[in-house]
Design a protein around this ligand. Structure first.
Ligand SMILES: [Zn+2]
Length: 166
């Protein structure tokens, strides 16, 4: 009996849930639902009969799938650099460097406006470089929709590695 109960708990954790559309009772499903909101008829213990149930997807499972999708579609660092260059962006690849606070630099982007021209510097081996390059690609494709920090000279204040030089 005890073994059977623990088996049920395991099944419930791996499975999804379905919400009874009549009484709102949550019913455990033996397998996770593939799509949230899909409806099917299932016996409801509370209603005592077969009722329409809406499937509920476990949020942690959905988040994991989302992460996998992002990993699958994210371009590698060399591919992202090649893409930026194909857009006419001047990309300089440097070795690892620390900023004034001793933190590893990831990448910098500078926007020289009128006419629009972009300079990107990447620091090799920096953690999060692929993610940062995705942000930079967004900034380059829509500079006026992005936030920039004005840098006036070589020693000027910069923030987040993003600067806008006139
Ligand atoms: Zn019910």
């Amino acid at each position: 009996m005890a073994a059977r109960r623990s088996g049920n708990v395991q099944t419930q954790r791996k499975g999804g849930q379905a919400l009874c559309c009549e009484c709102g009772n949550l019913k455990a499903l033996p397998r996770p639902a593939r799509a949230s909101g899909a409806e099917r008829n299932l016996p409801c213990e509370v209603c005592g009969q077969e009722t329409k149930h809406a499937t509920v997807v476990d949020a942690s499972v959905a988040d994991y799938r989302e992460q996998m999708n992002q990993r699958r579609t994210r371009l590698s660092v060399p591919d992202q650099i090649a893409l930026l260059r194909s857009w006419g962006v001047d990309v300089e690849e440097r070795g690892a460097e620390n900023d004034s606070r001793g933190q590893a630099r990831i990448a910098d982007v500078r926007w020289f406006s009128d006419p629009d021209r972009f300079e990107v510097t990447t620091y090799s081996g920096a953690e999060g470089l692929a993610e940062t390059l995705e942000k930079i690609a967004t900034m380059v494709t829509d500079p006026r929709g992005s936030r920039w920090f004005i840098e006036r000279d070589e020693g000027g204040e910069t923030c987040g590695g993003c600067s806008w030089v006139r």
